[in-house]
Design a protein around this ligand. Structure first.
Ligand code: SF4
Length: 369
C-alpha cells in the first residue's frame, strides 16, 4: 500500500505553522514560490504546495535537492524565476548576510513527541546536579516542559543563549555549540533533548570535560555520548598523519549560503604555501567523493564548509579530508594536545534579536535579547 502524505498525516506527528502561511505569501505578492524541505518533510511537499496554490492562486515549485539546514537555503531557485522561498523544518540563521534580495519565510516544524517521560527517566542520572539543557529547533518550544519536569525530580536546569548562528535558547547545531559553552562553567552535566548523535556529539566533542546525556523523545532512550569522542579522535589522528604525506592540498570552499568561509580558506592557502605545500582553492556546492575524483592527484583536502562532512563522511573519501585546525597541526602551527573541534561560529554573540525565536518562561543565561 502506498503511504499517505496528506496534511492530516503530517499534522499527526508535527506541529507545523501552516495557518498564517498563505497570508504571509500573499503579502509579498510573489510570481513563483519555491518550497524547500528537509528529508522526511519533503514527502509532504506536494500536499503543502497544493494547499498554498489553492489558497493564494500563486504557483509553487518544490526543491528536489537535499536540505541540510538553515545554512543551506535554495537561493539557486532564483535562476528559474522564484522570487520567494519558503524554507521548512529549520529555524533562521541570523548570521547569514546578504540574502535581502531574496525573500525567505521560515516555517518551523516542531515535533509532537512528549518530552516529559524521557526527561524524568534521564533525571535518574542527574539528581542534585545543575544541568545545561540543549536541543534542536524541533523540540525548542518544549524546554519549559523539560525544566518543569527536571525541577520536579530535584535537578536544577540551566538554559543558555548561543551566538547568532542559532536563534533559540539552548539550540545546538551539528557545527555550533555556543549555547552549551555559555553555561558550561555553571553546569555539572548537559542533557540533550532530541534524536540521534549528530547534534550532541558536537557539544560533547567541543566541551569534553562535561558528561552529556541524550534523552530521545522518539525512542524514550537515555544514553551518554561522551564515549564516542575517543573513537573520533583516533580517526582524526589518522587523518592528520595521512595528510602530512601530501605535497599538494585542496582547500575546499562551500558555496551554500551559510557554509561559506572564503576569507578563512584563502588564509589556509597562504599558510600551506608558507609551509612548503602546493595548495589550491576548490569551490563546491554538493560534496561527494565523485566530485573530488578530478583532483585525485591531491594528497589531502581541507574542508572549510560544513565541518561534519569532514568528521562524519571521512571514510567515504579516498584522500584524507581534514579541518582547518587539523591543517594547523599538519603544518606544525598547533599541537595535537591543543586539538579543537572546527566550530562554525556566528558573527555576533548573544544577545541577539529575532522575531521567530522561541520564547521561554524559564530564565535563559545571557542577557534577554
Ligand atoms: S554547516 Fe553542517 S552542521 Fe552546520 S548547520 Fe549546516 S549542515 Fe548543519
Amino acid at each position: 500500500m502506498v503511504a499517505s502524505y496528506g496534511l492530516d498525516e503530517l499534522r499527526k506527528n508535527h506541529d507545523i505553522e501552516l495557518d498564517g502561511l498563505a497570508a504571509k505569501i500573499e503579502d509579498r505578492d510573489p510570481e513563483l514560490v519555491g518550497l524547500q524541505f528537509p528529508d522526511g518533510i519533503r514527502d509532504y511537499g506536494p500536499a503543502i504546495a497544493d494547499a498554498i496554490e489553492e489558497q493564494t492562486g500563486i504557483d509553487c515549485v518544490i526543491s528536489g535537492d537535499p536540505s541540510f539546514g538553515a545554512c543551506d537555503l535554495a537561493l539557486q531557485l532564483e535562476h528559474i524565476g522564484v522570487d520567494l522561498l519558503v524554507h521548512f523544518g529549520h529555524s533562521p540563521m541570523p548570521s547569514i548576510d546578504g540574502i535581502d534580495a531574496f525573500d525567505v519565510i521560515f516555517v518551523p516544524t516542531y515535533s509532537k513527541a512528549p518530552v516529559e517521560p524521557v526527561v524524568r527517566k534521564a533525571a535518574q542520572h542527574l539528581e542534585g546536579k545543575t544541568v545545561g539543557l540543549l536541543t534542536t529547533a524541533q523540540h525548542a518550544q518544549r524546554l519549559d516542559d523539560v525544566c518543569e519536569a527536571l525541577e520536579d525530580e530535584g535537578v536544577d536546569p540551566l538554559v543558555g543563549y548561543g551566538d547568532n548562528r542559532v536563534i533559540n535558547p539552548g539550540q545546538l547545531l551539528g557545527c555550533n555549540f555556543t549555547a552549551a559553552r555559555t553555561i558550561a562553567e555553571q553546569s555539572d552535566a548537559f542533557l540533550y533533548i532530541g534524536s540521534g548523535d549528530f547534534h550532541p556529539i558536537a557539544a560533547a566533542w567541543g566541551l569534553k570535560e562535561l558528561p552529556l546525556y541524550v534523552a530521545d523523545p522518539m525512542t524514550s532512550e537515555v544514553r551518554q555520548v561522551n564515549d564516542r569522542i575517543e573513537e573520533l579522535m583516533k580517526q582524526r589522528h589518522a587523518a592528520i598523519a595521512n595528510a602530512k604525506e601530501a605535497d599538494e592540498i585542496g582547500i575546499l570552499v562551500g558555496t551554500r549560503v551559510g557554509q561559506q568561509r572564503v576569507k578563512y580558506a584563502k588564509g589556509l592557502v597562504t599558510l600551506c604555501e608558507r609551509k612548503g605545500f602546493e595548495a589550491h582553492l576548490i569551490a563546491m556546492d554538493y560534496f561527494s567523493p565523485e566530485a573530488l575524483k578530478s583532483f585525485r592527484h591531491m594528497g589531502a583536502f581541507v574542508n572549510t564548509a560544513c565541518p561534519r562532512i569532514t568528521t562524519d563522511d571521512y571514510a567515504r573519501y579516498d584522500a584524507p579530508m581534514i579541518t582547518p585546525q587539523e591543517l594547523e597541526i599538519v603544518v606544525g602551527k598547533r599541537s595535537w594536545e591543543d586539538y579543537i573541534f572546527d566550530e562554525f561560529k556566528g558573527t555576533k554573540p548573544a544577545p541577539h534579536e529575532h522575531e521567530d525565536a522561541v520564547e521561554l518562561e524559564h530564565d535563559v543565561v545571557g542577557e534577554d535579547p
